[in-house]
Design a protein around this ligand. Structure first.
Ligand code: ATP
Length: 448
């Protein structure tokens, strides 16, 4: 087994053992492409979302939030081109019946043509071309003869395009400006695999940034930089992230330029994020199909108004792929006190638990009382503070290390005498004695 696969196995096991990620419907044997998040997985997810809102909306004055419905009028998907074109070429092995996306196959000949007769990468059987497979999940809305067939959205983007006019009318932004959204997307992937890298239900964090056509290159470059800064903020090493210019024939139907941000996942270098210049494709199509113009009106003083459809730059971030990459970059093993130690070197801003408070012994009421007092007062200032009195101190450290808790605080007999505690740093394992009353300030500085 290669080192990378070993690392993947370790992360899958840690994610389950410590309550981050579970296989969906696991007690029924699972359900391919669907995943459930446990307590620490939800905390990590929410911390990533909070940081994303902060960096891309709250710290700027040209961005607006949006939360659109998952199910939209089917006319949206006809106008966007998804009803017609959101499909992948499917090939099937005659012998083992495994299905592959032709564009994911190793041989360039197969990738391009999905040619019949080539060998199956799994068993060597003959591949046959099956069909073009639309990846949108269909659903029926309403009952009986009045029901309408539509789809679960395969991307969050369309919710922002169809609300372009509402945003302009309600918020009066001036160009350039952007709409940002975090939400679920659904794709009936032919081959969901590689832990939760390719799922059928996932979340996207997307920005539609509207610009004047002549300025698209400048804004594309700014967003390219911003995606890199985001990778730094979540602790991804730049060595593991690679920008790849996508060739015209490989771009999505709406894109005039795309850069993929690929990450060194254990199963290879694969797309983590995308940055696309979608031109005016979406706003133009929705204007024509709905009859409601998605236009921007620019006042030109005495010479009147310039009315036009803006162009759009779209940075698109998969939330689960972010979690996967963050876990991979954070997973660390070292040798501590003669033993192998595993810890998640998460950026404190993302850590599900910021600090854990322990009484040295759980059966000494005076220690527990003092520790509870410190814990309750810390929690008021730092809500993600955790109480842990399970097992001995060594076990508690190991548990917190695997969750990625940056600081552990132990209340011992000396605390009762001089009101100091031990503060242990996750990465160095070093412990120092600090005054209990200095904790709030110390931790606040370290984790914000
Ligand atoms: P891929 O080539 O891996 O199928 P894509 O090019 O179809 O991805 P986009 O349509 O650009 O992906 O979607 C934007 C982002 O949404 C991706 O960069 C990725 O982070 C995320 N994403 C897309 N499909 C999935 C999926 N099946 N599971 C998890 N995340 C996904």
């Amino acid at each position: 087994m290669s080192d990378n696969l070993t690392k993947l196995d370790k992360i899958v096991s840690l994610a389950k053992r410590r309550g981050f990620v579970y296989q969906g419907s696991e007690i029924y044997g699972g359900f391919a492409g669907f995943w459930d998040y446990g307590h620490y997985g939800v905390e990590l997810k929410q911390n990533i979302e909070r940081l994303w809102w902060r960096m891309f909306v709250e710290e700027r004055n040209d961005m607006f939030k949006m939360d659109a419905a998952i199910i939209m009028n089917p006319a949206v998907w006809r106008a966007s081109g998804h009803a017609e074109g959101f499909s992948d070429p499917l090939v099937e092995c005659e012998k083992c019946k495994t299905r592959f996306r032709a564009d994911h196959l190793p041989s360039p000949r197969l990738r391009q043509a999905g040619v019949e007769g080539d060998a199956c990468p799994e068993c060597g059987g003959a591949l046959i071309r099956a069909e073009q497979f639309n990846m949108m999940f269909q659903t029926q809305v309403g009952a009986g003869k009045d029901s309408v067939t539509t789809y679960l959205r395969p991307e969050t983007a369309q919710g922002m395009f169809v609300n372009f006019k509402n945003t302009v009318d309600a918020l009066h932004p001036s160009l350039p400006f952007g709409i940002a959204q975090i939400g679920k997307a659904f794709r009936n992937e032919i081959a969901p695999r590689d832990f939760f890298f390719r799922a059928r239900e996932f979340s996207q964090m997307e920005v539609e940034y509207f610009v004047r056509e002549k300025e698209w290159k400048k804004h594309f470059e700014k967003w390219r930089k911003a995606v890199g800064e985001w990778c730094d903020a979540i602790g991804l090493s730049r060595e593991h992230v690679h920008e790849v210019e996508v060739a015209p024939e490989d771009r999505a139907h709406y894109s005039k330029r795309t850069i993929d941000f690929e990450y060194d996942f254990p199963h290879g270098r694969k797309e983590l994020y995308g940055l696309a210049y979608r031109g005016d494709f979406d706003l133009k199509n929705h204007s024509e199909a709905s009859g409601v113009p998605s236009t921007y009106h620019e006042e030109l003083g005495v010479s009147g108004k310039n009315i036009f459809i803006p162009h759009v730059i779209e940075p698109s971030f998969g939330l689960e792929r972010t979690i996967f990459a963050v876990l991979l970059d954070a997973y660390t093993e070292d040798n501590f006190g003669g033993e192998t130690r595993v810890y998640l070197k998460l950026k404190p801003v993302l850590a599900p638990v910021k600090a854990a408070v322990f009484p040295l012994l759980r059966n000494k009421p005076e220690l527990v009382k003092k520790a509870q007092k410190i814990y309750k007062s810390l929690r008021k200032k730092i809500p993600a503070t955790m109480w842990d009195d399970n097992g001995n101190i060594g076990k508690r450290y190991r548990r917190q290390d695997e969750i990625g808790t940056p600081y552990c605080i132990t209340i011992d007999f000396q605390t009762l005498e001089d009101d100091t505690v031990t503060l242990r740093d996750r990465d160095t394992g070093k412990q120092e004695r600090v005054a209990a009353k200095a904790l709030k300030k110390l931790l606040h500085k370290a984790i914000v």
